[in-house]
Design a binder for this molecule. Structure first.
Ligand code: A2H
Length: 270
């Protein structure tokens, strides 16, 4: 933990409710349980509000490359009432910070409508802002910390080494991770940022250069993260979206501001 304040962008990934409320017999399963079972059994508690997973990111300009969302299966999350239209899913720690930052209807007050674990969220389909995938899935990741951000991570495998290797891992070992192949199959890293030394899939390049094999390869992943971050931030430029051609440094805050203004994201500090 540093001494300064970390400012994250909280990306709102909307749960596709029709898929949660359809009959259990028509659903995929995770670990023998129909996807979103706990949410669907408690749907009346949410009063018709839309449900969002809120993912904390330091790279809002990479949201064009989202392929899925990560949770820790053993992490405890809550469904928090934001106002009469929305509920957000994150850790209680994050919800308390959000309340003090005035992100909920009553400053300083949290209204928790449901307790759940990451395993209750795996397999849930989401609508993520800016990405070209119409629907992305919630997947398990081992390294998610309950003490950082919202406990929810949005995955950008083109530019985040940990996201890249985890998605690869899940594809190779979908049975071990008890996930449905359809949640990962066909979700490929999207080239969104061009860099001089790592090409347009910087995270993939770094993982291959360093011969990183799985999400358990912590030390090498740390090295990859540093390399890719430096390369992307100082020499990267966007190749997709409205700000294609702009450098990452120029585009970052513009894209963040737009997403916040459009209600697709929030500013969250800790
Ligand atoms: B970043 P810092 Cl493209 N546990 O977002 C583990 N990791 C978490 C987390 C948690 N609870 N909450 C957020 N994160 C991830 C995008 C991204 C990120 C890219 C490249 C690098 C990168 C897409 N994932 O982060 O310890 C989130 O991943 C590299 C540092 O607060 C978040 O930004 O510095 C970043 O870690 C925050 O990590």
């Amino acid at each position: 933990e540093g001494v300064g304040v970390q400012e994250y962008t909280g990306i709102k990934l909307e749960i596709i409710q029709d898929e949660i409320t359809k009959p259990a017999s028509e659903k995929d399963t995770y670990d023998g349980v129909p996807v979103g079972d706990l949410l669907s059994k408690n749907i009346n508690k949410f009063g018709g509000r839309k449900l969002y997973m809120v993912a904390a990111t330091l790279r809002p300009e990479t949201m064009y490359g989202q392929t899925n969302c990560f949770v820790g299966v053993d992490i405890e999350y809550g469904v928090y009432q934001v106002n009469d239209k929305e509920c957000w899913i994150c850790t209680e720690r994050a919800a308390k910070n959000m309340a003090y930052q005035g992100l909920f209807e009553k400053r300083g007050e949290i209204i928790k409508l449901l307790d759940l674990k990451g395993s209750d969220l795996v397999g849930i389909p989401l609508k993520a802002p800016l990405t070209s995938y119409e629907k992305v899935y919630t997947l398990p990741m081992e390294g998610v910390s309950p003490k950082k951000g919202t406990g929810v991570v949005t995955s950008v495998p083109s530019d985040a080494p940990a996201d890249y290797i985890t998605l690869q891992d899940l594809k190779k070992k979908h049975e071990y991770y008890k996930i449905d192949l359809k949640w990962v199959e066909g979700f490929e890293p999207i080239p969104i940022i061009k860099t001089p030394n790592f090409g347009d899939l910087a995270a993939k390049t770094a993982c291959e250069n360093l011969k990183i094999r799985s999400q358990k390869d912590k030390q090498q992943l740390e090295t990859a993260k540093e390399q890719v971050y430096k390369e992307g931030f100082y020499s990267g430029s966007l190749i997709v979206g409205k700000y294609a051609g702009k450098s990452v440094q120029e585009a970052k805050n513009i894209i963040k501001k737009e997403m916040v203004e459009e209600g697709l994201a929030i500013t969250y500090c800790e």
